[in-house]
Every structure is written in C-alpha cells, then in structure tokens.
Design a protein around this ligand. Structure first.
Ligand code: ADP
Length: 274
C-alpha cells in the first residue's frame, strides 16, 4: 500500500509537470502565431500602396518619354528602384511569415530538371545582362529522373542561390548542376568564383537579416532574407541547404529536396527567443 501511494504521488507529479510543459509550449506557440499574423497583416497592408508607387513610377518613365528633363527622369528612376527593393523585401517577409506559420501550400507536379533550368535561365536574363564578366553555366541533367515536387518553390530556391552567386561574383563563372543523392534526394549545387564567405559567417547567413559586412556588400543591396527563406522552403520539401566556401576563391551552395514529395515533414517545435 505504501509503495502504491508513492507510485501514485510520482504519477501525479509527472502529470503536473507535463501540464506545465504543455502550457509553456502553448504560450510560446501562441506568441509565435501572433508574430506571424502581425507580419503577414502588416506586409499585406504594405503591398497595395507600394504597388501604386511602383506602377505610377513605371508609368511616368514609360509615358512621358522626352517630356522630363534628365534630372527628373533620374529621380523617378530612384523612386522606382526604391519601390522595387521594398517590394522584394515585403514579398520575402510575407513568404517567410507564411512558411513559419505552416501556411504555405505545397503543389507537387512532375517535371524535369532540364526544363526547370531552362525556365530559370530565362528569369535571370536581366541579371546576366547586368554582369557580362560572369558566365552562367547549367550542366546537363538529361540523365536525371523527373521530380515530383513543388516546381515553383524549387525554382525560387535556385533563383535565390544563383542570383546571390551572380551578385557576389565579379568575374568568372557560376555553375549550376544537379545529381541524385542518397535517401531519395535530389542535390542541386550552385558554384561561384566570387568573394567567398568566412567560416565564421557560413551558418549566420542562414539567419534572418544577416548580411556579411564587406565592400561589395555595401554596393549590392539585398534583404538578408533570401537564404533563410530558401532554407525554409527546402526543408518544406524534405531537404535542406548548406554551403562550402573559401574567402577569395568562391562558394558552393547545396540544396536538397525529396525527389518525390511525400507530404508535410514532421515539424518539431523549436522555440525562437529573439
Ligand atoms: P541578401 O539579400 O543580402 O543577398 P541572403 O539571405 O540571400 O540576403 O544572403 C545573406 C548574406 O550571405 C549576403 O548578404 C551575403 O553577405 C552572403 N552571401 C550569400 N550568397 C553568397 C555568395 N554566393 N557569395 C558570397 N556571399 C554570399
């Protein structure tokens, strides 16, 4: 009887402890939900006025050809550029808030890597035209089996990695390829001959708003959200992103996604204390 009572006491203790842990996890989860909702509402509210600024600036630049003096045209160009930057930031923020809230739907379709590479090449044409001293090479992927996953998200990840590679490479080559990896994964790699990333920064760059301070960094402005978002998207598709890099030599970013998307990954709750 004594032993029984002791066991019962222990049981009650354990139950109480679980209840307390549950409550703490719940509070954290609530806080995270509120943060995500706030970000998502706020970015939505930003979008409409921002789109007006952007389309009006574009309209002015297109329509009144020759009627503006060069100084005025330059200034409207600045307005457009600023609005474009802000718009990119808002879109990245909104996507990040959605992934974090588990609210980004995955639409798997069957597609070939070679077709995806073709699409991406088309999308990056303007960036390539702006940097003629860098060659963008896509390796042949005709031998690879088709993928069954969210093509738009894989494109978004690769576009991010490749546009970074182009941004941080002054001359040389950006090489993109894919191969089958263990565990039913497709491994994409993007190698550049750019400025490289110091060992101490290689994990930090996947954190939100991190930009490595450098001369080139001050010239090429970004949002610091591209890599965190890309990593989340890769994880959503069952994979991940990592980097190998040498300062002054170049970087290779590796992104994996499951060849066959098999439903949402088991999400373990990781509290963020920022
Ligand atoms: P950003 O919008 O600033 O490019 P990202 O999240 O995409 O934001 O990248 C974070 C930081 O990682 C960049 O600001 C840059 O310092 C570094 N970085 C990313 N890709 C490369 C690369 N290919 N070569 C060198 N540095 C890079």
């Amino acid at each position: 009887a004594e032993l029984n009572r002791e066991l019962e006491d222990t049981n009650r203790g354990v139950v109480a402890l679980y209840a307390e842990l549950d409550e703490k996890a719940y509070t954290l989860q609530r806080a995270n939900e509120v943060k995500s909702r706030f970000l998502s509402n706020m970015t939505h509210e930003f979008r409409t006025p921002l789109n007006s600024i952007l389309s009006l600036a574009r309209l002015l630049l297109d329509r009144v050809d020759g009627e503006l003096n060069p100084e005025q045209e330059k200034q409207i160009g600045f307005i457009r550029k600023a609005a474009e930057n802000l718009s990119e930031l808002v879109n990245d923020l909104l996507d990040l808030a959605k992934v974090e809230a588990g609210k980004i739907p995955v639409h798997p379709v069957e597609f070939r890597v070679s077709d995806l590479f073709g699409t991406i090449r088309g999308m990056l044409k303007p960036l390539l035209a702006a940097n003629l001293s860098v060659n963008l090479v896509f390796e042949s992927t005709d031998h690879l089996p088709p993928l069954y996953t969210d093509e738009g998200k894989v494109a978004q990840i690769l576009r991010n990695l490749i546009s970074n590679a182009l941004k941080y490479t002054e001359r040389g080559e950006v090489r993109v390829g894919a191969e089958l990896a263990s565990g039913g994964m497709m491994l994409f790699h993007v190698t550049d001959t750019g400025i490289g990333i110091a060992a101490a920064d290689q994990e930090r760059i996947f954190e939100e708003y991190t930009q490595v301070d450098s001369e080139i960094q001050r010239r090429v402005r970004g949002t610091g959200l591209g890599l965190p978002l890309s990593r989340r998207l890769a994880q959503l598709l069952g994979g991940n992103i990592s980097v190998k890099s040498d300062v002054g030599v170049g970087s290779t970013f590796y992104a994996t996604v499951a060849v066959h998307y098999a439903g949402p990954a088991e999400v373990s709750y990781v509290p963020e204390l920022t």
